[in-house]
Ligand binder design. Structure first.
Ligand code: AKG
Length: 285
């Protein structure tokens, strides 16, 4: 099937997915900002995600980066829209609809991470909403690992932090994970969660391929690195729903107010602060 044909296929009915307590799963996502869904993707779906992942690594987009290039280990990241059809084939969109109680959604695309070849670093603690200017409850990533991961190599989350402070982004600086992305910002600097883990309620799980973690993009999360002999291939498939609006809160005062036009800070592609974000996007998924 072509990518367009896959995207036009009918969405899977909920009863085609593994049975689970959806009301409880929905509560966990709302309250904790993250929910663990074991065995959510079947073998065939997983094999297809693996295939697309391998293609993307072999054909990186112009946006692909290798973070920390001065280090020996690989920490590759890329973004794309290749998995829109797969999201339907695997029933991931049905899962999102069940968690939101909302059928209308937009697929924002996938972000892929590959860590291997030795001691690859942790993904610094961060919130995706520091980078994406969106706010609303229907804003999630469905995170899949293609490799089995013990809890200590899983993605980790600070429970309930999607309801707390929005921090400055991490600049992914080699010498300091909390170094701010926006240099003169009203957003507070990220706390050093890694140095004070005991102060935080951190959630993570032992993962088998096929397990899915769905999290709100405002939650503080960070990902473990790798050790020699280990490979960690993970994909974040992101969705937005109708209640998500453009967040015009300035991120970087210097950049956004250049030209002395502070109003620019709250306008994005014609959207004003608080306007539905999906107006920027194409047809619903
Ligand atoms: O898998 C990882 O290490 C990072 C994932 C992540 O930060 C994300 O999906 O937003």
């Amino acid at each position: 099937m072509s990518l367009a044909e896959e995207a036009n296929a009918a969405r899977q009915p909920l009863d085609a997915l593994p049975r689970r307590d959806w009301a409880e799963a929905r509560r966990r996502l709302e309250e904790d900002g993250v929910v663990f869904l074991p065995g959510a993707i079947g073998k065939a779906g997983l094999a297809r995600i693996e295939e697309e992942f391998a293609y993307s690594v072999a054909h990186p987009s112009p946006k692909a980066v290798n973070f920390y290039p001065s280090e020996n280990a690989t920490f590759f990241e890329d973004t794309g829209q290749r998995m829109q059809g797969l999201v339907r084939e695997t029933g991931i969109d049905t899962t999102v609809a069940a968690l939101w109680g909302e059928e209308t959604m937009w697929y924002l695309g996938e972000q892929l991470f590959l860590k291997e070849n030795g001691f690859s670093r942790r993904t610094p603690w961060h919130q995706d909403t520091s980078y994406l200017r969106m706010t609303g409850s229907q804003l999630v990533a469905c995170w899949v690992s293609l490799d089995p991961l013990p809890k200590e190599h899983c993605l980790e989350f600070v429970r309930g932090s999607h309801k707390g402070t929005l921090f400055n982004g991490s600049a992914f600086a080699a010498d300091d994970d909390t170094a701010p992305l926006y240099k003169r910002s009203l957003l507070p600097r990220l706390p050093d969660i890694q140095a004070a883990r005991g102060d935080y309620d951190i959630l993570s799980w032992d993962l088998a391929p096929g397990d899915l973690i769905v999290f709100h993009l405002g939650i503080l999360h960070g990902g473990a690195g790798t050790v020699p002999g280990m490979r960690r291939r993970t994909a974040s498939l992101r969705f937005l729903g109708p209640n998500v609006v453009f967040d015009g809160q300035p991120r970087d005062e210097v950049g956004e107010q250049a030209g002395n036009d502070a109003a620019l800070a709250s306008v994005y592609g014609g959207l004003k602060h608080g306007e539905p974000f999906h107006r920027m996007l194409g047809a619903a998924h």
